[in-house]
Write a protein that binds this ligand. Structure first.
Ligand code: SF4
Ligand code: SF4
Ligand code: SF4
Length: 392
């Protein structure tokens, strides 16, 4: 029998993409995972999970662009994985991350069956970097918006990840919120902090260190707007919502960089079988790959034997004893994200470059949670003391 643990697998079944974003750090290639390759891959992942008594698997399908494989491929993949997982009594959840450009109505059945009628996409506002080869970001926006409307007309829910850039900071959090929530009607948004990916000469840098103070203020302003306007209307903005849950003692879906150690919860595998910590590493940092699944007898052997993976595992312990030792939020943050740290410092043994931003957000959401708890208590007391409740 399996225990209760979970594993998140970021699976890149194709490294091709139909876009050419100027900040992309993926090493895009023509490689695609065959169904036979998927059969081997998933069997090794499930075997590993059974050995670790892990009961549930969340597969995040990404690319390149995941929708460049046809819907029939996903139908067959879903069936194949479902049968293999059922044989080991492991529960599987599929999540699709796509730029939406290849979406058409032929996708609707598999999106409903396999992905719970939901697609995760990316939307930057204003858009400076997302584009097709030789075309402008404005052209990309028109295409994306059309696909958003088509998907919604088919009853598909679209959630977005957004990466602030210099233009986002210039318009400010109020205009950003207004566009995404009021104009586009999005109610599930994740804000990511940018970092340069890949080799030193890669163009992944969207905001450099000079803008970190502005980025901090943007996050604080957006969190304040969400607390005031969005929260009670059912709008979720990550990571603010998760932090509020955390400081309110509710179960919280915290992002991977605020866990005890992302190495225990997550792996990425690309179309060639390369295994790494996550999608940020697997194609763009070959030196930090853990190994190749197709060249290893088992996933356990690959992971346990990886010197690169040991460095990830040791990072939070190293930081807890040194740079983060006095931090009041250590038990929440654990030193932050390895890829952001590596991208800015060139090594893993430093604190996350967004340390100041995290601390400011932690304080803001902790204060908000305390304020909301006080309001709730005051509300209950007032109700008990009102003449109506006294008569009841
Ligand atoms: S950022 Fe994503 S959508 Fe853009 S080119 Fe890279 S893989 Fe494609
Ligand atoms: S390296 Fe950062 S983004 Fe990747 S899994 Fe770890 S915490 Fe998450
Ligand atoms: S907030 Fe900063 S000091 Fe505190 S644990 Fe995170 S990285 Fe370390």
């Amino acid at each position: 029998m399996n225990g209760g643990g979970q594993l998140a697998l970021i699976l890149l079944p194709t490294l091709q993409c139909n876009a050419a974003c100027s900040y992309c750090f993926e090493r895009r290639t023509r490689d695609r995972l065959s169904l036979e390759g998927l059969r081997v891959l998933i069997e090794r992942v499930l075997e590993y999970m059974a050995g670790r008594r892990l009961a549930s698997l969340a597969i995040y399908w990404q690319g390149g662009e995941a929708m460049l494989l046809p819907p029939e491929w996903y139908d067959a993949a879903g069936e194949l994985i479902g049968e293999a997982a059922a044989a080991r009594a492991i529960e599987v959840r599929h999540l699709l991350q796509s730029n939406l450009l290849a979406y058409g109505r032929e996708w609707n059945p598999v999106i409903e069956r396999m992905f719970g009628n939901c697609i995760g996409s990316s939307l930057d506002y204003p858009n400076l970097h997302r584009q097709l080869r030789g075309r402008s970001p404005a052209h990309y926006d028109v295409l994306w918006r059309r696909k958003l409307d088509e998907a919604r007309a088919a009853g598909i829910r679209v959630e977005v990840i957004s990466l602030p850039n210099e233009a986002t900071l210039a318009i400010g959090a109020g205009r950003f919120y207004e566009h995404l929530v009021d104009e586009l009607g999005l109610d599930q948004i994740q804000i990511n902090t940018p970092f340069p990916g890949g080799a030193a000469d890669d163009p992944g840098r969207t905001i450099d260190e000079r803008h970190h103070a502005e980025l901090l203020r943007f996050h604080q302003d957006l969190a304040a707007i969400w607390l005031e306007r969005g929260r009670e209307q059912g709008v979720r903005i990550a990571p603010f919502d998760a932090l509020l849950d955390h400081f309110s003692d509710r179960p919280a879906a915290l992002p991977c960089f605020w866990g005890d150690n992302c190495v225990d919860r997550l792996i990425a595998i690309d179309a060639r079988g390369h295994v790494a910590q996550c999608d940020c590493w697997v194609t763009s940092h070959p030196d930090y790959r853990f190994g190749n699944l197709f060249a290893s007898a088992t996933l356990a052997e690959l992971l346990d034997g990886s010197a690169a993976r040991r460095q990830f595992g040791e990072r939070p312990i190293h930081l807890a004893r040194r740079a983060c030792i006095d931090c009041e939020y250590l038990a929440l943050c654990h030193g932050g994200c390895p890829i952001r740290t590596f991208a800015f410092h060139g090594r893993l043994t430093e604190t996350d470059p967004y340390c100041a931003l995290y601390k400011a957000l932690f304080r803001q959401m902790e204060d908000a949670a305390v304020g909301l708890a006080r309001q709730a208590v005051a509300g209950r007391l007032a109700a008990q003391q009102s003449p109506i409740s006294a008569l009841a």
